[in-house]
Each structure stands twice: as C-alpha cells, then as structure tokens.
Design a protein around this ligand. Structure first.
Ligand SMILES: C[S@@+](CC[C@H](N)C(=O)[O-])C[C@H]1O[C@@H](n2cnc3c(N)ncnc32)[C@H](O)[C@@H]1O
Length: 282
C-alpha cells in the first residue's frame, strides 16, 4: 500500500537540496549540443500547489524554498537554473507553485532530450500526466520505477541520468538501491545516477551507504545537509543526502560555490554537514 504523498513535503529543505543538485546535473547535460535521456524511478506528481491543503497542513515549504524566495535576487549564479524554473511557474512573484523533479527536467527538454518518468501511486500518476501535458518529450509509466527504468536503459546516445528518489516507506529500499544501481551500471557503465536519501535519527540510511561500498561502486560524490536539532521537532529526519555516481567534474565546485548562501538561509548545522566530497574515489 502506498500512503506517501509528496505534496505534504514539497519545497521543504530536503527538496531544495535535492532539486538544486538536480538542476546542476541538468545544466551539465545541456552544456554539450548532444541529446540525453533523463530517467526517474519515483517521479511524484511533477507540480505542487503550495496554497493547497497538503502544503498548508505541514507548512514545510516555508522552512525550505520559502526562506530562499525573497532573497533570490542575491542568490549565487549556481542557483540560477533552479530559481529560473520557479520564476517561470510563479510569474506574479508570489510563491504559490513548486516544481517537482520532473518539471525541472521538462523545462530543459526538447527533441533529442527525452524524459522517462515512473510513478506507481494512481493519484500521483494522474496528476503527473496532467502536469506533463505541455511537454511532448516525456514518456510516463505507471509502474514500479526500479523495474521500469531497468527495462529501458541504456539510452541509444549513452548520455543521460537517473534520479532515484523513493519515499523509503519500504525500509528495504535502503538495501535494494545499491544492488539495483550495480545492475544498471553493469549495462550502462557511464550512467550518472543521483540518489536522494533521508539522514535519519535511526541510521537506516547507513545500509544504503554501506551497500554502495559493498557493491564496489566507484566514483561516488556525496553531499549531506544536516539541520540543528531545534529545526526538526519530530526528530525523525535530521537531514538530506544526495549521492551522485559518475558525477560531472564541475559539480563539486558548483555546490561549494553556493553552499554558504544556502546554509545560511536554511539554518544548516555546518559542523555536521558535508557540502561536497568525493565519497568513493574512482
Ligand atoms: C519522494 S516522492 C518523489 C518526488 C519527486 N522525485 C520530486 O523530487 O519531485 C516519491 C514518489 O515515489 C512514488 N513511489 C513509491 N513507490 C514507488 C515505486 N515502487 N515505483 C514508482 N514510484 C513509487 C510515491 O508515490 C511518491 O510519489
């Protein structure tokens, strides 16, 4: 049974961290005049209404994108691609709509740059179909994302990226992802694989990290954004983690360039956070 709905959390601090990295990966793919494919195992609904019931119930976005929005004119250049999509979605200047990862990618799509998006939840899938309607280069699959993406990679061009962004409702996702990533890399060695994970009080996420090492996956970059305890009254999710296998060489520098600005806005615990590190070298 799928109960998770991202609408309660859209635009929170973890989304900001994840989507900023996603936007840098998309810019990297677009830097060469060549085609690419963007795959998502867990797409969500693509577009989120920050004035709707779910967002209002938690108010999480106010501690995430809400803290960046009024200061976006002073944001470092490395936030440009991410914030441009937000500006396009909120033409009046009032923040009402937040892009999910599929919409960030769709804004960079055109012929030869294709999206393959998997989503299993029936209502989320139906909303995703609606959100993606204006974009013609999207292929939507109402199916398990691990199976769905495995079935269609590698792309003919060999260029592209996979975003793996489960809700971790099933604790075995932490152990499944390393095996799954290893199988994908077995068929598509240069695959750029981005994996978001929650940094939890109970350290289930360590199974994911240790699993990647145990599979022998190399060339892994990591960024972890941890909040001080008082920013997390539930004490469940301390922080947000992003892993990128086969990262673009400029990624580390770009994240370093924007980190201080982001950390200040989001009250990040710098002593325990890792802006950017090559976690498992080549
Ligand atoms: C964290 S949300 C995705 C958010 C999205 N990537 C974004 O950043 O905008 C996780 C989504 O995965 C979906 N989901 C859960 N299990 C799935 C599975 N096995 N295959 C595909 N989607 C799944 C959930 O319904 C939920 O919409």
């Amino acid at each position: 049974m799928l109960s998770y709905q991202h609408g309660f959390h859209a635009g929170n601090f973890a989304d900001v961290h994840k989507h900023w990295v996603v936007s840098r990966l998309l810019e990297h793919l677009c830097a060469k005049p060549k085609g690419w494919n963007w795959y998502e195992t867990h797409a969500g609904r693509g577009r989120y209404d920050l004035t709707g019931d779910q967002a209002r119930k938690t108010g999480e976005w106010q501690h995430g994108i809400g803290r960046l929005w009024s200061e976006r004119a002073r944001a470092p250049d490395v936030f440009g691609a991410y914030l441009d999509v937000l500006d396009a979605l909120n033409p009046g200047g009032e923040l009402k709509c937040y892009p999910g990862s599929p919409l960030l990618a769709a804004h960079r799509s055109h012929p030869g740059r294709e999206l393959v998006l998997c989503e299993l939840h029936p209502q989320e899938f139906s909303q995703l179909r609606h959100a993606m309607k204006p974009f013609t280069h999207c292929h939507l699959h109402h199916r398990d994302g691990f199976e769905g993406v495995s079935a269609v990679v590698p792309p003919k061009s060999g260029r592209g990226a996979v975003l793996v962004d489960p809700s971790y409702e099933h604790k075995d996702d932490f152990t499944r992802i390393p095996r799954w990533a290893d199988a994908v890399l077995g068929r598509w060695r240069q695959a750029l694989i981005a994996i978001w994970y929650p940094v939890l009080e109970r350290p289930h996420h360590r199974d994911l990290l240790m699993g990647l090492k145990a599979q022998g996956i190399r060339n892994v970059w990591r960024s972890e954004l941890i909040r001080p305890a008082e920013e997390d009254p539930s004490q469940r999710m301390r922080g947000s983690g992003m892993i990128v296998v086969n990262p673009p060489w400029k990624l580390a520098d770009e994240i370093e360039q924007g980190w201080d600005w982001l950390a200040t806005r989001l009250s990040v615990d710098r002593a325990h956070s890792t802006a950017s590190e090559m976690w498992i070298p080549e």
